[in-house]
Structure formats: structure tokens, C-alpha cells
Design a protein around this ligand. Structure first.
Ligand SMILES: [Zn+2]
Length: 207
């Protein structure tokens, strides 16, 4: 994937300036103020500095701030300071903050849902358990009888949570994925395990 980023300038103000042009001796100059901003894939991300430029309307000679005489600066610098940074130049960081906020919220929601499912287990729940050695195991809840839960453990363990999660989508339905040796535990014991994810069929969820 290619990303494009860099800086761009946008005009923010223009005002007449009563200064005589050094080249043509006319007094038809203007002060332009530009806002420099950082863009990422052409989305304005955050503002950088502002610059003022003098331009003679008669002979079109332009003078950058660093080339200005003290008298020219006296006119152009207040214009630069008065020019407001356009709000849209903050678009990228605002979007980024929203994404982070949304990501946090969605992680929080998933955690809440997992806790809810662990607190009230339903047959056919498929859970990812983090083992003490930091490996991940998939368990399938076969039955709930009073306080007793009966699981079928998967025949595989995974080094990463994401692999386990993918296997839930791709492998757990296959014959022989789960061991045929039942694993029994109390609801209390199940809550004490480090359960990272529970998949529940939507039908079961409505019950
Ligand atoms: Zn001029």
C-alpha cells in the first residue's frame, strides 16, 4: 500500500498594503498570508507555520518574509498574526482521535460481551482460553447442567490469540477438531479462567 504525505499551502487572507514597490515605485501591494499544513494522502492532517508574502499588483514582484525590509515586515507580520488557522487543517488529527476513541469503545464493548457470556454460559458457546504458558486453547461448551459445565477442548493450542480467533471461523466445524474427552468444571471455575473471547450463535443469544 502506498501512502502519500507532505506539506501544502493554502491562502488564508489577503489585504492591501500601503508600501511603495521597490521595483516599479507604485503603491499597489498586497499582503497574502498562507497556512502551511501537513497532509496524509491529501487529507489535511495538522497545521504547521503561517507565512506572509508581499506582492505588487502592478509589476507582480513577490517578497517573502525573510527578504522583507523592517518597514515591510511591520506591515505584513501583524496580518500574519491576525490570520486564523483554518479549522479544516486539523481534519486528520480529529479523524485519528475519533478512530482511537471508537477503537477503545469497541474493545470495551467486546470485553463486556465476553464477560456477560462467561457469566451465563450457553451450550455451543465456543471460547478462547489463555493458558498459563500464554498459549491459546479453544473450548466448546457441550452442556450446562446446574452448576456443571462440560466442554470439549480443541486438539490444538495456538501461540497467538488472532490465530485462535481465525481458527474459530475456519476450523472448529471440521470433524476431529475437538478432543472427545469431556472437560468438566464448575461455573465458578470457568469464570476464573482467562477467557478472551466467546462465540455464541445468534439463535442461542436470543434465548
Ligand atoms: Zn511593483
Amino acid at each position: 500500500m502506498l501512502f502519500f504525505f507532505g506539506t501544502k499551502n493554502t491562502g488564508v487572507s489577503v489585504a492591501p498594503a500601503e508600501i511603495t514597490c521597490e521595483s516599479c515605485n507604485q503603491s499597489q501591494q498586497r499582503v497574502y498570508v498562507f497556512q502551511k499544513y501537513f497532509h496524509f494522502c491529501w487529507i489535511p492532517t495538522f497545521p504547521l507555520s503561517k507565512q506572509s508574502v508581499l506582492e505588487c499588483q502592478h509589476c507582480k514582484k513577490t517578497i517573502l518574509e525573510k527578504e522583507m525590509s523592517p518597514q515591510q515586515k511591520q506591515i505584513s507580520l501583524p496580518k500574519r498574526k491576525a490570520a486564523k488557522t483554518p479549522a479544516y487543517t486539523f481534519t486528520g488529527i480529529i479523524l485519528f482521535a475519533c478512530l482511537v476513541g471508537w477503537g477503545n469503545y469497541s474493545t470495551y464493548q467486546k470485553k463486556e460481551r465476553t464477560q456477560k457470556y462467561v457469566a451465563s454460559p450457553v451450550a455451543n458457546d465456543i471460547a478462547i482460553i489463555q493458558l498459563k504458558n500464554n498459549e491459546y486453547l479453544i473450548l466448546k461448551l457441550v452442556s450446562v447442567e446446574g452448576n456443571t459445565l462440560k466442554f470439549l477442548p480443541g486438539n490444538y493450542v495456538y501461540k497467538s490469540y488472532f490465530t485462535a480467533k481465525r481458527e474459530i471461523r475456519e476450523k472448529v466445524e471440521e470433524n476431529g477438531y475437538f478432543s472427545d474427552k469431556l472437560l468438566e468444571m464448575s461455573k465458578m471455575k470457568y469464570k476464573e479462567l482467562k477467557v478472551d473471547f466467546v462465540k455464541r450463535e445468534s439463535l442461542a443469544e436470543e434465548l
